[in-house]
Design a protein around this ligand. Sequence first.
Ligand SMILES: [Zn+2]
Length: 276
Amino acid sequence: MFFTFILSLIVAAILLWVILRKFHQSRRNNLFQTPLPPDSVAILKRNVSLYSRLPPDLRDELHGRINIFLDEKEFTGLAGLTITDEIRVTIAGTACLLLLKRDKRCFPGFTTILIYPDTYVAKAVKYDGPVEAHEDSIRSGESWHRGPVVLSWQDVLRGTSNQSDGHNVVLHEFAHKLDEENEIMDGLPVLRDSSHYAEWAEVLNREYESFQIRVNRNSNSVIDAYGAESPSEFFAVATESFFEKSLQMKQKLPDLYQQFKTFYNLDPAEWRDNSH
Ligand SMILES: [Zn+2]
């Protein structure tokens, strides 16, 4: 009798999980098909400069993904900032560029996005041998492991309005979110095809080493020197360059470009300005 009761509970739990999953998938599919309101499209045209280069089919896909993102993520303003549609759509429209041509999951594992009006000060812990020191660190954004993304709105705008300087804090922090999908933020995200891991590791390790040499010689140009901090930062800043300096990256770092092209399933070096 007891075992029958336990078995019934397990079956009921599995059924509930299947029903909730179906409901969730159907909700996502509906949101994906729903047109983006004209006011939101106007915000993308005004603030997200990469949007002007997107081919029409990717624009349509981006609209659907923005609907899902806005349904699943929660925005909270800090230091007196009021969250507006402009803030929500600009951030969603930039973050979702990383999800194009992928499955319909939307940065799983966290829901909250905290927005400061401008750069903010956070306490950073520095170690000098056994000595631990706390110091103020001025930040434009950060991504907490399995926790919120934090962004400065002014830095978001600076990054999204210029599509060719290789600096985009939204692409950077959400690249970290892709990187941590396998629980560890180490520059090795979940790859679509398991046969790709060996090639990814070989090319990324080689490119990271030669990048560090170029940074030490002050001769790096395509990828921001901050990437020399760690493989995970290299992945995040290389993602910024892949979207914003795609032609230079393809020309100067073709092996790295090819790996990112395969990972993101996109070829931004082929995108042309469609705004005229
Ligand atoms: Zn970072």
